[in-house]
Design a protein around this ligand. Structure first.
Ligand code: IPE
Ligand code: MG
Length: 235
């Protein structure tokens, strides 16, 4: 979700107004995904690196997050949404972490859509953490080095409760991952748009999903293998 600051600047507004409009778009897009039957939606709301922004902006983002948790509570619970979070949540102020934890707990039995907030999240940090957990198990003899597998790494990522990542949308014209779901994105499809996040609306979500829908994901195989014809032609 990128481009909140530029959206505000173009209107001569403080950056926080861009974040506020961005939070509204989160609501619109979450509702749309829920109605469309999307199994899981992960929102990159705050990265590990975002902690280095000016303290006033970090504070404003935390306040917006706190408000979001209070304001969206009913909608999350009424719509069968299970809320989760990935990232180093210990860094969040307790007045955000506690209500967040409570809503995650309250919504834990919901099954209609997983809404996952990436907060204080970094992909490299996530992989490093998994490496340390596994190394610890090797050291205490629980696991043998030869038995370390991709599945084991996945089990120790913050995303272990999520289905495989299919599709990544990045707004605001940047064409990079910026430390988002690095391991998980190995076979994901990407959609880059110049639209700033506060202007991202349902119509563009539909366009993005359509673009996803017509792609062929081959995972290194041939088109014929994927289509199940078994005939390898010339292409
Ligand atoms: C994304 O918008 C929101 C967060 C990272 C929290 P930005 O704040 O990065 O907006 P730009 O990139 O400055 O336009
Ligand atoms: Mg940005």
């Amino acid at each position: 979700m990128d481009g909140n600051g530029r959206w505000a600047r173009r209107r001569g507004l403080p950056r926080v107004e861009g974040h506020r409009k961005g939070a509204k778009v989160v609501q619109t897009i979450t509702r749309a995904c829920r109605r469309l039957g999307i199994e899981a939606l992960t929102l990159y709301a705050f990265s590990q690196q975002n902690w280095n922004r000016p303290p006033e902006e970090v504070q404003a983002l935390m306040e917006l997050l706190g408000e979001y948790i209070i304001e969206e509570r009913a909608e999350i619970l009424e719509n069968g949404i299970r809320l989760s979070a990935i990232g180093d949540l210990t860094k969040l102020p307790s007045w955000v972490r506690e209500p967040l934890g409570k809503l995650m707990e309250e919504s834990s039995q919901n099954n209609d859509m997983e809404l996952c907030l990436a907060l204080s999240y970094g992909g490299r940090e996530e992989i490093l953490r998994a490496v340390k957990i596994i190394a610890e198990k090797v050291c205490n003899g629980e696991v043998q080095t030869k038995d370390i597998s991709q599945d084991m790494i996945e089990e120790n990522l913050w995303t272990s409760h999520l289905p495989p990542l299919d599709f990544v949308i990045r707004t605001s014209g940047e064409r990079r991952l910026s430390n988002f779901l690095l391991w998980q994105a190995a076979f994901a499809e990407y959609y880059f748009t110049n639209t700033l996040w506060p202007d991202f609306e349902k119509e563009e979500l539909m366009e993005a999903l359509h673009s996803y829908g017509v792609r062929e994901r081959r995972y290194g195989l041939t088109s014929e293998q994927i289509r199940g014809s078994g005939v390898s032609g010339v292409d």
